[in-house]
Design a protein around this ligand. Structure first.
Ligand code: SAM
Ligand code: SF4
Ligand code: SF4
Length: 339
């Protein structure tokens, strides 16, 4: 099958699916309480794609070359019966007869009770977001007083269920940049890859400032000073993380330098919002409605043709063009699009 390429020659390989815009956390850099408070209007149930509609859309994307779907949110594990969605996705066949890789990004809070069922449903792997091991700092970051111990239990539950686990930490200066070494120490030798993410100017509500970004170079420098690191060759042009291995053999870390070293050149990711809008960039201001055709009886081939047209016109490379002005433009919220 000919790969579907955008205007810059990038194939469509990954679909990130947000299954809800709601979350049980209020991370200060993502859903600040002052904005996402009692009066905030979340999507209503009937506005959300049903699990069957999501799976149907995923099947269409798989027919166009997508290999990996990533379930995200908001917090994907607050969506009722998300295990059933995993089952539906696991049943999809790609054109070459292979199955989709199914990944999940979660804050980990509900993994202690859900990890087993997710693994049994066919989930391939999980990424848990964890920004600090210091309980007071973590409770302040999630802003709902959620204890860090419970997230660590979630990570253990996922590993016990046989799921490969990655841990993602967003680094914000003054909030958790003092926790780099303790995070690294905790996951060294654990078999879980720890990845640090530069704080990004997503959405319009988190009051992002360039001064709050801790660069990937600084992160690698600070960890490498304590435990020497060696770069690992990148496997795929679509890789978001630069990888480094500990010289003493205790595993590896990754850094995602979306601000200081953007990687738009290899970006093969499309994003589907919980209400069925297709976004071709994390920083897009608006998406393309796929829910209407899905609900109005479009055939799979008609849906595929719509997606081909959208991807074929894609020219996004926001991070490579980022300036103070673009950072101030209206953009879709992280909790809506799912990272
Ligand atoms: N609730 C799930 C979670 O936290 O993993 C999934 C959705 S969350 C929006 C996806 C990822 O985006 C998380 O790892 C989170 O830390 C990250 N994120 C949120 N706001 C961010 C920002 N301003 N800069 C960088 N990463 C951010
Ligand atoms: Fe919720 Fe994830 Fe955003 Fe934190 S980062 S508020 S857990 S969606
Ligand atoms: Fe992809 Fe947009 Fe991020 Fe660039 S800025 S890597 S095009 S999502």
């Amino acid at each position: 099958m000919e790969p579907l390429l955008d205007r810059l020659g990038r194939p469509l390989e990954t679909l990130r699916i947000s299954v809800t815009d709601r979350c049980n956390f209020r991370c200060v850099y993502c859903m600040p309480k002052e904005v996402f408070g009692r009066d905030y209007t979340f999507l209503e149930r009937r506005e959300l794609l049903s699990l069957e509609e999501i799976a149907r859309a995923a099947g269409v994307f798989a027919s166009l070359g997508v290999r990996t779907v990533r379930i995200t949110g908001g917090e994907p594990l607050v969506r009722r019966n998300v295990e059933h969605l995993i089952e539906l996705l696991a049943a999809i066949e790609r054109p070459d007869g292979s199955k989709l890789q199914i990944a999940l990004t979660t804050n980990g809070s509900l993994l202690p009770q859900k990890a087993k069922a997710l693994a049994a449903a066919g989930l391939s792997r999980v990424t848990v977001s964890l920004d600090s091991l210091d309980n007071a700092a973590f409770r302040a970051l999630n802003d709902v007083d959620f204890p860090v111990e419970r997230v660590l239990e979630g990570i253990d539950a996922a590993a016990a269920a046989g799921l490969p686990v990655k841990v993602n930490a967003v680094v914000k200066r003054g909030a958790n940049d003092g926790d780099l070494l303790s995070l690294a120490e905790r996951f060294r030798g654990s078999g879980h890859v720890l990845r640090f993410i530069e704080y990004m100017d997503v959405g319009s509500t988190n009051g992002w400032r360039l001064e709050d970004v801790v660069s990937a170079d600084e992160i690698v420098g600070r960890i490498g000073e304590r435990w020497p690191l060696e770069p690992v060759e990148l496997e795929s042009p679509d890789a978001t993380a630069r990888r480094f291995r500990y010289a003493d053999g205790a595993g590896e870390i990754g850094v995602i330098a979306s601000v200081t070293k953007p990687f738009c050149g290899g970006c093969s990711r499309a994003r589907l919002s919980a209400e069925g809008r297709l976004y071709t960039c994390l920083f897009a201001a608006k998406g393309h409605d796929l829910r209407a055709p899905l609900r109005l009886g479009a055939t799979d081939e008609e849906l595929a043709e719509t997606v081909r047209g959208i991807w074929g016109r894609r020219t996004d490379r926001y991070s490579e063009l980022r300036t103070a002005e673009t950072a101030a433009l209206p953009k879709v919220e992280m909790s809506y699009i799912g990272g």
